[in-house]
Design a protein around this ligand. Structure first.
Ligand SMILES: CCCCCCCCCCCCC/C=C/C(=O)SCCNC(=O)CCNC(=O)[C@H](O)C(C)(C)COP(=O)(O)OP(=O)(O)OC[C@H]1O[C@@H](n2cnc3c(N)ncnc32)[C@H](O)[C@@H]1OP(=O)(O)O
Length: 243
């Protein structure tokens, strides 16, 4: 097992491969990304430690979401910047956009807004999965930028998702499913006719549409990750269409 990899300029800027050519990331962009990735790794580590401590002290998952929600909301919302980062790193706007928007949606429009479902086991499932995923992913980016990427982090980044992705999706879908009766009963976030805008919106049916949208979207994200895995771990050359 190799301990580290050398790949890049190593002089304050990072070069990225693009269609076989090298693209240079400026020193400022590199410095910002290192700061961002270190902050995100630390944030998710703090969240992970807080979850473990909570469970050890209380012996139950009830109240766990409530106790870590501020940290979760802050760092998951901060991840909106990843869509902006697509302008400088060679990452897919579409894949990143779907991933980030579905997370923001889960945090703010489901878990935050519907307190009645915060103690569901499925909430803990996606929280644990997201935490392991993000600690691995952001430490991967950080070490990659520093040109000292331990093989086990690279291996973890491109293997953990095989289990974690379906587990995270299961946690998210079960949580939305658990929210449905409450949303139906209260009519929250819904707009009924007649109203001055002459528009109707039913959050209950919107949630059902969101759940069904996982069917076409999730396989695309998963196969994207499998292709990345073959490229990064096995050196396969894969030609991808532009977004
Ligand atoms: C309004 C409501 C809408 C709801 C819609 C619902 C639809 C829902 C559909 C399904 C949703 C799925 C929900 C997912 C839940 C989970 O997350 S479960 C947890 C498990 N998940 C995972 O394991 C996968 C996480 N996802 C990824 O890792 C994705 O790959 C990605 C991050 C979203 C995008 O990846 P990709 O485009 O492949 O980019 P990368 O390979 O990561 O990077 C490409 C290159 O760019 C460099 N880079 C990227 N970001 C950075 C950075 N921050 N800093 C530095 N460098 C960065 C990276 O190093 C790569 O460079 P090269 O090495 O040169 O290629």
């Amino acid at each position: 097992m190799a301990s580290s990899e050398e790949d890049g300029s190593g002089n304050g800027s990072v070069e990225e491969k693009e269609n076989g050519k090298k693209r240079s990331l400026g020193a400022l962009a590199t410095a910002w990304l290192i700061f961002y990735n270190v902050a995100m790794t630390a944030g998710w580590l703090v969240l992970g430690i807080a979850m473990v401590r909570f469970y050890i002290q209380k012996g139950t998952h009830r109240g766990l979401f409530r106790s870590v929600q501020k940290t979760l909301k802050f760092f998951q919302t901060f991840a909106l910047l990843e869509v902006v980062h697509c302008a400088v790193v060679r990452t897919s706007v579409l894949v990143t956009g779907v991933q980030v928007s579905s997370r923001i949606f889960m945090v703010w429009f489901i878990a935050h807004s519907i307190k009645q479902i915060q103690n569901e086991e499925s909430v803990i499932l996606f929280l644990v999965v997201w935490t392991v995923t993000e600690i691995t992913r952001y430490s991967f980016y950080t070490f990659n930028l520093l040109n000292h990427l331990p093989y086990f982090i690279k291996w973890a980044r491109y293997n953990f998702f095989i289990i974690l992705y379906p587990a995270g999706v299961a946690g998210e879908l079960l949580t939305i499913y658990a929210a449905l009766p409450y949303v139906k009963k209260t009519g929250m976030f819904s707009l009924r006719l007649p109203n001055k805008y002459n528009v109707s919106f039913d959050y209950y049916y919107f949630l059902i549409i969101v759940m069904f949208s996982y069917i076409p979207l999730f396989p695309q994200l998963y196969f994207h990750m499998l292709r990345q895995r073959r490229k990064v771990l096995h050196g396969e050359v894969i030609v991808e269409k532009d977004d």
